[in-house]
Design a protein. Structure first.
Length: 243
């Protein structure tokens, strides 16, 4: 038994008949005005989903090539290097150096002020390498300086037990990072036109060559050492760890 078909007409296109049979099958037939006809059946058509579920990739099977591993390691090292460099101090120096040096046109007073700015920023770079942080029992972040006995909390609001304080003791790598941070800042200062114009208004040819090559050498060597000898400290101005 077949249900009476339904006919749909469209101007300029043709007619379409939809027939629903007793067993639930649906057939569609169309007749165009140019004489051509076509038909389709629900049972004959195959439905393909627009989005197919794919099996998750096996990480062990998808092995990386040496080049891919090297590129991934480079990106990780660059991100780690950006966290180690004294970016806050450098930004403060770049903001204040045009003001203190009168945009490179220094007299004895502004030259002394510029020298003081360079000294203070350099000292800040060194001290930042000896700072660290931890979270107390209330989740508050406390900052302090690394000492031979542990961590000296700056505000004195909290303290660490002896076994936990041993992890924050002063280490030789802290001095290495302090010296490297100072050299990186010195390279940045030597690239600053205001500082160079203040202390070397008319540099000789040899002096210009040194001022051009020395900062690049400082930056490359210290950047490599930062990557090779990383630190686990999260000092003032550096990103905090999840713990």
């Amino acid at each position: 038994m077949t249900v009476k078909p339904t006919t749909l007409r469209s101007a300029g296109i043709g007619e379409m008949q939809i027939k629903v049979e007793e067993n639930g099958k649906t057939s569609i037939s169309s007749c165009n005005y140019d004489g051509s006809s076509s038909s389709s059946s629900e049972s004959d058509s195959v439905h393909h989903p627009l989005l197919e579920t794919q099996e998750p990739c096996d990480e062990d099977a998808a092995t990386k090539t040496p080049v891919q591993r090297a590129i991934a390691q480079t990106f990780q090292s660059t991100a780690h290097l950006a966290n180690i460099l004294p970016t806050g101090t450098v930004l403060a120096f770049q903001l204040l150096s045009p003001i203190f040096s009168n945009q490179g046109s220094c007299d004895p007073v502004t030259r002394s002020m510029t020298a003081g700015l360079v000294a203070v920023c350099g000292l800040s770079c060194i001290l930042s390498s000896f700072t660290d942080s931890f979270r107390d029992k209330d989740g508050k972040v406390c900052y302090g300086f690394a000492t031979v006995n542990g961590l000296w909390v700056i505000d004195g609001s909290s303290s660490l037990p002896p076994d936990a304080a041993a992890k924050y003791k002063l280490k030789f790598i802290d001095f290495v990072h302090g010296v490297m941070s100072l050299l990186v800042f010195a390279a940045t200062a030597l690239f600053d036109d205001n500082v160079v114009g203040c202390f070397y208004p008319e540099p000789s040819k040899e002096c210009r060559e040194v001022l051009t090559a020395l900062p690049v050498g400082f930056g490359v060597v210290c950047s490599m050492l930062f990557v090779v000898f990383p630190t686990a400290r999260h000092g003032i101005g550096f990103p905090l760890s999840a713990n």
